[in-house]
Design a protein around this ligand. Structure first.
Ligand code: FCB
Length: 455
């Protein structure tokens, strides 16, 4: 018996990103990205892990596609590494870089798995960082050139394109918090980078359409569900401010062609937005065919006296997972319904959601990740409730296919449906993989659920 049946043709997939799984960082002409540089910077990543080898997916990709077959999914989201395609300043295209992704796309299509291609999942070529990176307006045009090169090869075959993954992380986490590459702690630079990232997105949409891509074009933002910790006016205002930083700074320009009305005041002490030029917002607000949402966080927010702005403070979750955030499936419903109600009527796709655990292999060879099953189940229910409420949701992609290099957490935290034994590169399906395969095959939740309660 299937409950919560999803619409016919719903995309059940799983997501990965190039630097997190590929390894082979200096093969076939690839040059370093900002994440190679950052991960090799002492102190930047937990235990000094890096993506030099990662899951060795660059060599094992066919076997990894077998894992998708086993899961019974009909879609797969992965990213293309810019420094494989245009490894050096000057813009020459490296055919070997494109060969790899063409092989992947063709093999997916031959297996009836829909490729969903992310064009930028944080691996900016280091040679562009040396010229200022996302703080440099020119990077947006270089992104357009790279995207056009990819499209020239794959325009006829890729059904879904995502320009950027999580511009919030690329801008604020990378340039203000210093926790991601390039590791800067300068909020003025972060807001400038944010603008250039969005400009890069709009430019890429134009370049894709100029190339006559047949597929649908979108972007993925990580959106959160902040809410005031109390009815007090200052907490309500603080939640609105966090919503500005985490959500509206991206949604408003993309869908309304303007920065939010309160942005200038909030960022008053760090920037006057002098980097915004005439016509930029129109470029950024290109019509999209679909919109990707990564959902991980819902926060209670309190007013705070700290920080450069009228402050906000995320109340620590009473029941945090190992990465310090709670499990709040209702926030996914909030985010989906909000975007569909307030911003756009295009189809939405949950391009990521997931939970980090300290998974381990039992003596009998099994990986019992009941908490992940329970996480997926609750979030799939929330997604279905959003569909019931009128949200045009077309896909659901848990993060991730397998354990991987988790950015500044290195290999310490595991998000995969497959356990990766990094010493042998063996992939072991966790209980969540077996469970998700049933969901994907049934196009909905299967009762009785295998899901366990959180211990
Ligand atoms: C998201 C990233 C993804 C992964 C998950 C856990 O922010 O897009 O690459 O690391 O977090």
């Amino acid at each position: 018996m299937t409950t919560n049946r999803f619409p016919d043709g719903f995309l059940w997939g799983t997501a990965t990103a190039a630097y997190q799984i590929e390894g082979a960082v200096d093969e076939d002409g690839r040059t370093p990205s900002i994440w190679d540089t950052f991960s090799h910077t002492p102190g930047a990543v937990l235990r000094s892990d890096n993506g030099d080898v990662a899951c060795d997916h660059y060599h094992r990709w066919r076997d990894d596609l077998d894992l998708l077959d086993d899961l019974g999914v009909n879609a797969y989201r992965f990213s293309i590494a810019w420094p494989r395609v245009i490894p050096e300043a000057g813009g020459n295209v490296n055919p070997k870089g494109l060969d790899f992704y063409e092989g992947l796309v063709d093999e997916l299509l031959s297996r009836d798995i829909t490729p969903v291609v992310t064009l930028y999942h944080w691996d900016l070529p280091q040679y562009l960082q040396d010229l200022g990176g996302w703080a440099n307006r020119d990077t947006a045009d270089r992104f357009g050139d790279y995207v056009a090169a990819v499209a020239e090869r794959l325009a006829d075959r890729v059904p879904y394109w995502l320009t950027l993954n999580e511009p919030y992380c690329s801008s604020f986490v990378g340039h203000a918090q210093g926790l991601h590459a390039p590791g800067l702690r300068d909020e003025a630079v972060a807001v400038r980078a944010l603008h250039h990232l969005l400009l890069a997105h709009g430019t890429a949409v134009q370049r894709l359409r100029d190339q006559g891509v047949g597929g649908k074009v979108g972007i993925t933002c990580n959106l959160t569900a902040p809410y005031p910790a109390s009815d007090a006016d200052d907490d309500v205002a603080a939640a609105h401010r966090l919503d500005l930083v985490e959500n509206r700074m991206f949604l408003d320009p993309l869908f309304r062609g303007s920065y939010p009305p309160d942005a200038a005041e909030y960022f008053r002490t760090v920037t006057d937005f002098d980097f915004v030029q005439a016509g930029d917002l129109a470029t950024i607000a290109q019509p999209l065919d679909f919109f990707g949402i990564n959902y991980y966080e819902q926060h209670a927010v309190q007013a705070s006296a700290e920080g450069a702005h009228p402050g906000w403070h995320r109340v620590p979750d009473p029941d945090p997972t190992i990465v310090g955030i709670g499990v709040h499936p209702e926030g996914l419903h909030t985010v989906l319904t909000r975007v569909a109600r307030d911003y756009t009527s295009v189809p939405l796709m949950v391009t990521e959601t997931g939970i980090a655990l300290h998974d381990y292999v039992d003596p009998d060879g099994r990986v019992n990740d009941a908490e992940r099953v329970s996480f997926y189940e609750s979030h799939i229910r929330a997604a279905h409730r959003a569909i019931d409420d009128g949200v045009p949701l077309i896909g659901f992609f848990p993060w991730s296919l397998m354990d991987d290099f988790e950015w500044s957490w290195g290999y310490g935290y595991r998000y995969g449906m497959h356990y990766v034994d990094y010493a042998t590169q063996a992939r072991i399906p966790k209980d969540s993989a077996h469970w998700f395969a049933k969901v994907a095959r049934a196009n909905g939740l299967v009762e009785p659920s295998l899901g366990g309660a959180r211990p």
